[in-house]
Design a protein around this ligand. Structure first.
Ligand code: ATP
Ligand code: MG
Length: 504
């Protein structure tokens, strides 16, 4: 028996114009959690797609238990015990929990008909592994929380009894508590001898869950280390090849803020939120904190005219406005960077340059016509300014790494120089280097006079960047804290306050 359950040696993978992997090595021991870190576009997901038979490497070898293997299809990899939970969830929303877990491998009975009882029993057994016996296996997965959908996804991946389970950015849509639950689940899997490959941009998590870590940079293998022997600085300097000291920059003096740019008075909509009032001054970044379900995204969508509020008033530079569609909001100078780049905001199969132009049609037009030249110039500037890693602005967005997609989206909005910009989870899935760049861009935009509302579940980011923090819970504003004076405890106390006895 080899010391390693899975090994990759000298993997090279090129796409037209990009060398995504350039001689990468990886060694995974049985039952360990092995983290892979690297900046956006470093090649992490590509390496995983090679290990799971989705991409065929140009050269290099894969060994399982010391023996070379070649995968021609993802099926081959599954057969050899390699399973993956993708960066973006891939369940069928209308199918039941049980059907999703055993997709393609449903137990059949007489005449090959699916044996529903057997299917549900087996699913119940699987759910019990993670103490989720309370979930009825016949529930369509669309009714499950994101965290529980992910559990289903993991159960689906381990239903084939793999030796290695790959998790690509599994915590990017989870709350802190849900992430802790996931870690507990990972520990249960490794205790059963399953090795987990864990990809995340949250370096704290690496120290919490992983035993070993491999660092990639620009498609190259940089180093491998035992987590107990290293610290965060060591990881960061190996990932980005430089030291990053202050990722949030310095906060401006509140005296430099201008007049009230945006104001909401008593906004409400159904059960989503009610009585929400706040104002943001020109130059100010106001952070919105709260648990998932606190109503922050619903509030943002209302302000943006996507689902208008049914009570309350909005003011931009002192004038009452009532956008009833995103188009009207954009025309007024309101921008909204959505939290979910997969379903909103980006056109994955369209070229980068059109994604950047999408919100700026007026700026890129001459008379009635769109100017190809202006679009191209604008796109190239965004690619340069945001250091988007791509072979060209004509490439489709799908070919970009997750973090680079986020930078395209941000580039599209910042280019419009909105009066009021809402950014919803602006750095989800974004690496530490790009994150500090994004904070810099937001600061620079604010300095030019834009008022910014930042919704974030990342408490460190809220505390690091906000000039003022508003905490929401169950659709209501629970309090406001001065940014520089805020502490984690103070924000959490407001976000979880039990004054109404509601449990989120
Ligand atoms: N299907 C594809 N076609 C063309 N280029 C691709 C494709 N998939 C990935 N790439 C390129 O390969 C490089 C590595 O991308 P990959 O998705 O592996 O990065 P990553 O480390 O997972 O980044 P992130 O942290 O942003 O998810 C990037 O430059 C990306 O643009
Ligand atoms: Mg990736």
């Amino acid at each position: 028996m080899s010391e390693y359950i899975l090994e990759a040696k000298g993997i090279v993978k090129t796409f037209p114009g990009v060398r995504a992997l350039d001689g990468v090595d990886l060694k995974i021991r049985r039952g360990e959690t092995h983290a892979i870190v690297g900046e956006n576009g470093a090649g992490k997901s590509t390496l995983m797609l090679v290990l799971t038979g989705v991409h065929r490497p140009d050269s290099g070898s894969i060994l399982i238990d010391g023996k070379p293997v070649a995968f021609s299809t993802p099926h081959d990899a599954v057969d050899r015990g390699i399973s993956i939970v993708f960066q973006e969830l891939s369940l069928v929303p209308s199918l039941s929990v049980a059907e999703n877990i055993f997709a393609n491998r449903q137990p059949t009975g007489f005449l090959g008909l699916i044996d529903r009882k057997k299917l549900n029993d087996k699913a119940r057994e699987a759910l019990a592994l993670f103490d989720l016996d309370c979930i009825d296996p016949s529930t369509p997965v669309k009714y499950l929380s994101v965290a529980n959908q992910q559990v289903v996804e993991i159960l689906k991946a381990i239903s084939t009894d793999p030796g290695v389970l790959i998790l690509d950015e599994p915590t990017s849509s989870l709350t802190e508590t849900e992430a802790q639950q996931l870690f507990e689940n990972i520990r249960r899997l490794t205790a059963r001898g399953i090795a987990c490959i864990y990809i995340s941009h949250h370096l704290k998590e690496i120290f919490e869950i992983a035993k070993t870590v491999t660092v990639l940079r620009d498609g190259h293998y940089v180093c491998e280390a035992e987590v107990k022997d290293i610290d965060e600085d060591y990881l960061v300097s190996n990932m980005v090849g430089r030291k990053i000291s202050d990722i949030y920059g310095t906060r401006p003096d509140p005296k430099s803020f201008g007049k009230t740019r945006f104001e909401a008075r008593g906004l409400g909509r159904g059960n989503d939120f009610s009585g929400v009032s706040f104002s943001v001054r020109s130059g100010e970044i106001i952070g919105f904190s709260g648990l998932v379900g606190a109503g922050r995204t619903e509030l943002a969508r209302a302000i943006f005219g996507a689902e208008p509020a049914d009570s309350g008033e909005l003011f931009l530079d002192g004038t009452r406005v009532a956008p009833s569609s995103p188009g009207q909001a954009i025309a007024l100078g309101i921008g909204y960077l959505t939290e979910d780049r997969k379903t909103q905001g980006l056109f994955l199969d369209f070229p980068i340059r059109l994604n950047i132009a999408a919100n700026r049609l007026r700026e890129f037009s001459r008379g009635f016509f769109m100017s190809e030249k202006l679009i191209e110039e604008g796109a190239e500037k965004a690619v340069r300014d945001f250091r988007i890693v791509t072979a060209g602005t004509g490439k489709s967005l799908r070919a970009l790494s997750g973090g680079n997609q986020q930078k395209v989206l941000l580039g599209a909005w910042i280019g419009t120089e909105p009066r009021f910009l809402i950014v919803d989870e602006p750095t989800r899935g974004v690496d530490i280097g790009a994150r500090s760049e994004i904070y810099g861009f937001l600061r620079a935009l604010a300095a030019k006079g834009t008022a910014i509302m930042m919704i974030s579940s990342d408490l460190t980011e809220i505390l690091g960047l906000s000039d003022r923090i508003i905490v929401m819970k169950s659709g209501k504003v629970k309090g406001e804290i001065d940014g520089p004076k805020a502490t984690e405890e103070a924000v959490i106390a407001l976000a979880t306050g039990t004054d109404e006895g509601a449990c989120d």
